[in-house]
Design a protein around this ligand. Structure first.
Ligand SMILES: [Fe+2]
Ligand SMILES: [Fe+2]
Length: 224
């Protein structure tokens, strides 16, 4: 019985994580479009965001392999389980996919807002992973532990470029109300949505991988 509950908990946790990793790198594609158009000469920033995107894609792949090893697909969770989705919806009153990239390119105030939302989300991710690494149920799964250790290592380099941009451009740090939104989204996920998913036996699994339609990465060929 205990084993079953543990399996269910990790299944729910992994499903929420894999959704967020996929949402993470697909949302960063929008940010990259905006940054490349806003400041094409700021190669340092562009490269830092490209590395961020690559890391989130790697995180996604780690969870995908974790599920593949168990011979199953993740539970079908949608954007209501996405931290960044909720954050953008509350702050911008729009879904990520409906965010007007051109407006973010043209308006510094929108871009700085976006930087704060991403930085807060990444810092939240770091704190959450620290908690999970001490969680007895997670500790029983060595592969999952390895995945969370890698995420913990990567996370600080994820908020750095956005906080760096805010500092260098004399923009303010997140205010109490932005931190309050972050806490609210996290509590909602932890105390409401996660238990709902855990106890809901009718949640179906995905019918395919979220990155199914994406092109495989092009690997450089050896020169000799
Ligand atoms: Fe990640
Ligand atoms: Fe991250």
């Amino acid at each position: 019985m205990l084993g079953l509950l543990r399996r269910r908990y990790l299944d729910v946790l992994g499903s929420i994580y894999i959704y967020n990793e996929h949402r993470g790198y697909t949302a960063i594609d929008r940010v990259l479009d905006a940054v490349r158009a806003r400041s094409p000469d700021d190669l340092e920033l562009i490269q830092a965001i490209e590395r961020h995107r690559a890391d989130e894609r790697t995180h996604y792949m780690m969870f995908r392999r974790w599920f593949e090893r168990q011979n199953r697909l993740p539970l079908a969770v949608d954007r209501t389980f996405g931290h960044i989705d909720r954050f953008i919806e509350i702050v911008f009153r729009k879904r990520i996919d409906d965010l007007d990239t051109q407006a973010v390119i043209d308006d510094d105030r929108l871009f700085e807002k976006l930087c704060r939302v991403i930085a807060l989300t990444e810092r939240r991710g770091y704190r959450q992973v620290e908690i999970l690494l001490k969680h007895p149920l997670v500790k029983g799964d060595p592969v999952l532990m390895k995945i969370f250790q890698i995420i913990r290592q990567d996370e600080p380099s994820h908020w750095a470029p956005y906080e760096g941009w805010l500092r260098e451009h004399g923009r303010r740090e997140p205010k109490w109300w932005e931190r309050r939104i972050d806490t609210f989204i996290h509590s909602e996920l932890l105390f409401l949505k996660l238990p709902f998913l855990f106890f809901n036996p009718f949640t179906r699994r995905r019918s395919g991988w979220a990155d199914g339609g994406e092109a495989a990465p092009v690997r450089p060929r050896p020169t000799s």
